[in-house]
Write a protein that binds this ligand. Structure first.
Ligand code: CA
Length: 225
């Protein structure tokens, strides 16, 4: 799950990034609208946490662009003042939620989870594919109801596959989704191959079908045929 934090207040930005990263999210942050636009043009995010009062303008401006150009991305507005006008404008423009500052990190997490569930998994905590079951709340994977003990990056890769089942996915888009724009600075993403190999091995050893297909020179496809 990938989140972009658009927030110019260093303390809030740091706290949110640290908290969400510690909870297994891939989090990137920017401090103004211009940087946010640059990021959004290149990367896909599951959710944007958007401050409204930014040094180069109002977060509401970029909210319009997100809704027009990246409708799959959720948006939570973080507003300094609990202003009813900001709230109405934000929700009118398509924000999924609105959180007045100061907020509890647990509250932010709860709202974030609910948006990601709603947008990616039709409101459910459980994603199923054949004998595979993924609990996105607990970040646990089950094969025929037995815990497969898959965690960390392999869990993120599997969830990305299942969310994009039957689609051909490039190696780069997997690496970018799971490791973030850090991968831009790497010469090779061969490490991805190792993670996918391990994941396949763990799942098939438990009697799960081998649904991760290599598509020569392109990437992978998660499918049952
Ligand atoms: Ca601000």
């Amino acid at each position: 799950m990938k989140v972009l934090v658009v927030e110019d207040e260093a303390e809030i930005r740091r706290t949110v990034v640290q908290y969400l990263s510690g909870s297994g999210y891939l989090v990137e942050s920017v401090v103004n609208l211009r940087e946010a636009e640059d990021k959004l043009a290149v990367f896909e995010y599951d959710c944007v946490l958007l401050d409204l009062m930014l040094p180069d303008g109002s977060g509401l401006d970029i909210l319009k662009k997100i809704k027009a150009n990246y409708p799959q991305t959720g948006v939570i507005i973080l507003s300094a003042k609990d202003s009813i006008n900001d709230k109405i404008s934000g929700l009118d423009l398509g924000a999924d939620d609105y959180l007045p500052k100061p907020f509890h990190l647990e509250e932010l997490m709860a709202r974030l989870k609910s948006i990601i569930r709603r947008r990616s998994f039709a409101g459910s905590n459980i994603v199923e594919f054949k004998e595979l079951k993924i609990d996105v709340e607990a970040r646990q994977v089950f094969v025929n109801n037995v815990d497969a003990q898959i965690s960390g990056k392999e869990y993120d890769i599997l969830l990305f596959f299942v969310t994009n089942k039957n689609k051909v996915i490039s190696k780069n888009s997997i690496a970018e989704h799971v490791w973030g724009d850090y991968t831009e600075r790497l010469d090779s993403i061969d490490f991805l191959y190792t993670h996918i190999k391990n994941l396949r091995k763990k799942l098939t050893a438990m009697g799960c079908g081998d649904y991760i297909k290599s598509i020569y020179s392109v990437g992978y496809k998660f499918a049952d045929i």
